[in-house]
Design a protein around this ligand. Structure first.
Ligand SMILES: N[C@@H](CCC(=O)N[C@@H](CS)C(=O)NCC(=O)O)C(=O)O
Length: 328
């Protein structure tokens, strides 16, 4: 764990601030790929959609990176955007592009050994966290974006003219309704599990874990009448939630102490998770071996002896009964 400061790598011992609470850093690169290269909502222009020009650096373990892999698959972008997969162990050098773990591809573009070298390629004096996912432009040799919420919105539509895939997970007419649902889920669930897991004071843990399970209770109730978060149509809100739910019982319940309940104890959330997992193409984006290894091996303040637990076995392929809510 570390960060680049003026181009120099500095390691950090712990994840929480003085009040014992975990604060996720602001994202550094916020440009957008657009159909014609016009600027997006933030950053600068000059990143037109193209086949083969952009490359994703991901970790299979990371829930934020996982969103981008799901969108790449759902939007038919696999032949147009290449991927390099980091090693699951995130140690003193940060994310590494080693290949000694099944599925870790190494750097398919430049043969770099660590992800921080890619960030340094954009600017040798950069100050930034070194996070995945990264959407890289092979032409300008710079990072377009390292903000997953924005990368999935680019993927949702920017390449449609190239792929012919117009499936829309962020429909214009629903954006105002989706925003508050995303906000609550981001703060208390996606990031909430990290706030609970990295807390170094009881009060910070209590606050985070309380808000997390309040939100899971709210979601359980909502999904008793809604097949998907926004009703009868799958939206980005569902894919954003899914990547946390898939990791819940294997890592957040134990490693991050989110153990008031397991996911499998919430009938609607669990059925919903299975349905989305079984959606064509999604299962292939899920790599439990990277997930279990990464979390238990990479957080010395949480699991200093790096013992990898035995279970649990989770049957995401078990039948679900979500179709009963079709007309909700
Ligand atoms: N806002 C970013 C967050 C990404 C993020 O925090 N990724 C984690 C992995 S799950 C990471 O790379 N952490 C490395 C670090 O913090 O040094 C996004 O959603 O894309």
């Amino acid at each position: 764990m570390g960060r680049l400061v003026d181009g120099k790598w500095q390691t950090e011992a712990q994840f929480a601030g003085d009040d014992g609470s975990f604060n996720r850093q602001e994202t550094t690169f916020r440009n957008w790929v657009t159909p014609d290269g016009a600027p997006g909502p933030s950053g600068e222009g000059g990143f037109p959609a193209a086949s083969g020009r952009y490359h994703l650096y991901v970790s299979y373990a990371c829930p934020w990176a996982h969103r981008t892999l799901i969108f790449r698959r759902l939007k038919g972008l696999e032949d147009h955007i290449g991927v390099s997969v980091v090693h699951p162990d995130m140690l003193d050098e940060g994310w590494e592009l080693r290949t000694d773990f099944p599925g870790a591809t190494g750097d398919r573009l430049y043969g770099l050994e660590t992800l921080k070298e890619l960030y340094l390629k954009t600017d040798p004096d950069i100050s930034t966290k070194v996070t995945v996912p990264v959407l890289w432009d092979t032409e300008r040799e710079t990072i377009v974006s390292n903000e997953s919420a924005e990368i999935i919105r680019m993927m949702n539509s920017a390449w449609d003219g190239i792929t012919g895939n117009t499936d829309d997970y962020w429909p214009e007419a629903m954006r105002d309704e989706i925003a508050p649902v995303n906000d609550r889920i981001y703060d208390t669930v996606n990031n909430g599990v990290y706030k609970a897991g990295f807390a170094t004071k009881q009060s910070a843990y209590d606050t985070a874990v309380g808000a997390l399970f309040d939100s899971l209770d709210w979601l359980e109730d909502r999904l008793s009448t809604h097949r998907y978060l926004m009703g009868d149509r799958i939206t980005e809100a569902d894919w954003r939630l899914l990547t946390t739910l898939l990791r819940f019982d294997a890592v957040y319940h134990g490693h991050f102490k989110c153990n008031r309940n397991k996911l499998i104890e919430f009938p609607n959330l669990w059925g919903y998770t299975r349905e989305l997992y079984q959606h064509p193409g999604v299962a292939e984006t899920v790599h439990m071996d990277h997930i279990v290894r990464h979390y238990h091996y990479s957080h010395p303040s949480v699991n200093p002896n790096r013992i990898i637990p035995i279970g649990p076995e989770i049957d995401f392929d078990a039948p679900h009964d979500r179709a009963r809510l079709k007309a909700a």
